[in-house]
Ligand binder design. Structure first.
Ligand code: GAP
Length: 447
C-alpha cells in the first residue's frame, strides 16, 4: 500500500509544537528557509551527533573538520561550480511561474494542476536559460569582481583544499577519510516540500581517500552498505528505503559512479534522495592541484609512490533526514477503549528530542515535589519534560505528538512504595518501576 501524504499535517504539527517555523514569518516569510524551534533543534542535533559518532568518533580512519563557508573564489572555478552548477530554467509568460526545464514532468501547471507546464493551451514557456545556483557575495567594502565570493553550495570542497593539512597533521595513511557537518546554500529554482528542498541547509559529508591502484569500487560498495545501515539505525522503515543508481545522464560532472539512498516520503513526492554516495575519482584533488599550482599528491611511504587519491564521498542532508524521520514517525491511531484517536510521532527513542514526560498524578500529597526532584535528577543526563497541568490522558497525548518515548507518572502508590508508572509511547503498555531504578531503565532505552 502506498504511504499517505502527511506533509501538510506535519508542517502544522511542527509549527504548533515548536519543531520548525517559517523564517521571518512576521514579515511574510523568507523564500524556502526555515528556523528550527526548541524541539526541532534537539531532533536535528541528535541526528548530527549520531552521524558524527558513527563517522568520526567510533572510527580511527576518519578525521573531523570544520571548514569556513566562505572560500577563495578560485575554489569554485576549480570545482566546476562556476561553469557548471546550473539548472535550466523556463518562465511561463502567461502565469508568471518559473520551472526547471529538465523537471517539467514533475511540476504542475498552476492554472491546471492535472497538466504539466507547457501542456495547457494557454502556457507560454520561454526558451530554457541556464541559471547558476550559487549565491554570490563580496568580501570587503568594494563590490567589484576582485572581491567576489560565494556561499558554498556543498561542504566537500573545504575538505579537498584541506586534504594534505589534515593528512599530515593527523598522520593518517590512505585509505582514510575526512568528515564535516556544515551549512550549504543553493539558490534553488523550485524549492519546496517544507524542509525537503531549501535554499539554506546543512550537509553531513565525508570524503574517503583511496589508492587508485587498489580495488576502489569495493570502497563504493562498502560505503553504500554503511550508509544504508545508518539510515536503518534511525528507525526508517526498510520498505521506505532503496538505492537509485545514477544513469549516465544523471551523473554529476565530477562523478564516475553514483548511488542515491532514497526514502519514500509518501503521497506524490514518493521516493526521493536523502543521501548521495559518489565515486568522484581524482577529479576534485586533480583540479585543485591544477588551479592552485600546489601539489596535492599523497606520498605512500611504503611503496614510495606519489599519487592523487581517488575519492568516495558520502553526502547526506541533515534537514532532509530530519524530514524523513518525521514523516516515517507520523501516525494517526485509534486508541483501544477511547473515543478520540491520537497523533503519535514514533521517533526512535535515541533521536527523540525529549526522552521522558514526568507527571504527578495530582497536585497534592507530595506528588509534585517527588516528580520535580526526579525530573531534576534525570535532566542531568537527558532532556525530560515536567508537566503537572490537566488530565493525565491529555498530558500523555501532548507527549505522544512530539515523540516522547516514555511517560512517568507519580501517583499515590509512589508515595508509599517508591514505584512509579512507566508508559511506553508505542505499545501503550504500563509497568511499575522503582523510582531509584528509573535512570538505569531509561538510559538503557534512550541513549
Ligand atoms: N557534495 C555532493 C553533494 O552536495 P548532492 O546530491 O547535491 O551532493 C547531497 O547533495 C545531499 O544534500 C542531498 O542528498 C540532500 O540530502 C542534501 N541537499 C542537497 N540540496 C538540498 C537542498 N536544496 N535542500 C535540502 N537538502 C539538500
Amino acid at each position: 500500500m502506498p504511504h499517505p501524504d502527511v506533509m501538510e499535517k506535519l508542517v502544522s504539527l511542527c509549527k504548533r509544537r515548536g519543531f520548525i517555523f517559517q523564517s521571518s514569518e512576521i514579515y511574510g516569510g523568507a523564500g524556502s528557509v526555515w528556523d528550527y524551534g526548541p524541539l526541532g533543534v534537539e531532533l536535528k542535533k541528535n541526528l548530527k551527533d549520531r552521524w558524527w559518532h558513527a563517522m568520526v568518533r567510533a572510527r580511527d580512519d576518519i578525521e573531523g573538520l570544520d571548514a569556513a563557508i566562505l572560500m577563495h573564489p578560485r575554489v569554485w572555478e576549480a570545482s566546476g561550480h562556476v561553469a557548471g552548477f546550473t539548472d535550466p530554467m523556463v518562465d511561463c509568460k502567461a502565469c508568471k511561474a518559473r520551472f526547471r526545464a529538465d523537471k517539467l514532468e514533475d511540476a504542475q501547471c498552476p492554472r491546471k494542476p492535472s497538466k504539466h507546464p507547457g501542456e495547457h493551451g494557454d502556457c507560454q514557456l520561454t526558451e530554457p536559460r541556464l541559471f547558476n545556483l550559487m549565491f554570490k557575495t563580496h568580501i570587503g567594502p568594494m563590490e567589484d569582481t576582485a572581491s567576489v565570493a560565494y556561499l558554498r553550495p556543498e561542504t566537500a570542497q573545504g575538505i579537498y583544499v584541506n586534504f594534505l593539512n589534515v593528512q599530515q597533521a593527523s598522520r593518517q595513511k590512505v585509505p582514510f577519510g575526512i568528515a564535516q557537518i556544515g551549512k550549504a546554500f543553493r539558490n534553488e529554482i523550485t524549492p519546496g516540500n517544507f524542509i525537503f528542498r531549501t535554499r539554506e541547509f546543512e550537509q553531513m559529508e565525508m570524503q574517503f581517500f583511496i589508492d587508485p591502484e587498489s580495488d576502489h569500487m569495493q570502497w563504493l560498495e562498502y560505503w553504500k552498505a554503511q550508509r544504508m545501515a545508518w539510515h536503518r539505525s534511525l528507525g526508517l522503515s526498510e520498505d521506505r528505503l532503496l538505492f537509485h543508481q545514477h544513469t549516465d545522464k544523471e551523473l554529476a560532472h565530477y562523478a564516475r559512479a553514483a548511488f542515491d539512498i532514497q526514502f519514500d516520503f509518501g503521497g506524490t513526492l514518493g521516493f526521493q534522495e536523502i543521501e548521495g554516495v559518489h565515486h568522484r575519482g581524482d577529479f576534485d584533488l586533480g583540479r585543485h592541484q591544477e588551479y592552485s599550482s600546489k601539489r596535492l599528491e599523497y606520498v605512500d611511504q611504503v611503496s614510495n609512490r606519489r599519487y592523487i587519491p581517488f575519492v568516495v564521498e558520502t553526502s547526506v542532508g541533515a534537514d532532509r533526514t530530519t524530514l524523513a524521520v518525521l514523516v516515517n514517525g507520523y501516525h494517526e491511531e485509534e486508541v483501544p477503549g477511547e473515543s478520540e484517536g491520537r497523533v503519535v510521532l514514533k521517533l526512535d527513542p535515541r533521536i527523540a528530542p525529549v526522552k521522558a514526560g514526568i507527571f504527578p498524578l495530582v497536585k497534592k500529597d507530595g506528588m509534585p515535589e517527588f516528580a520535580d526532584k526526579l525530573a531534576k535528577e534525570l535532566r542531568a543526563k537527558f532532556p525530560v519534560f515536567y508537566d503537572e497541568g490537566g488530565a493525565i490522558g491529555r498530558r500523555y497525548r501532548r507527549q505522544d505528538e512530539v515523540g516522547t518515548p516514555f511517560c512517568l507518572t507519580i501517583d499515590g502508590q509512589t508515595m508509599s512504595d517508591g514505584t512509579l508508572t512507566v508508559r511506553d509511547r508505542d505499545t501503550l503498555a504500563q509497568e511499575r518501576v522503582a523510582a531509584d531504578r528509573v535512570l538505569e531503565y531509561l538510559s538503557a532505552r534512550v541513549l
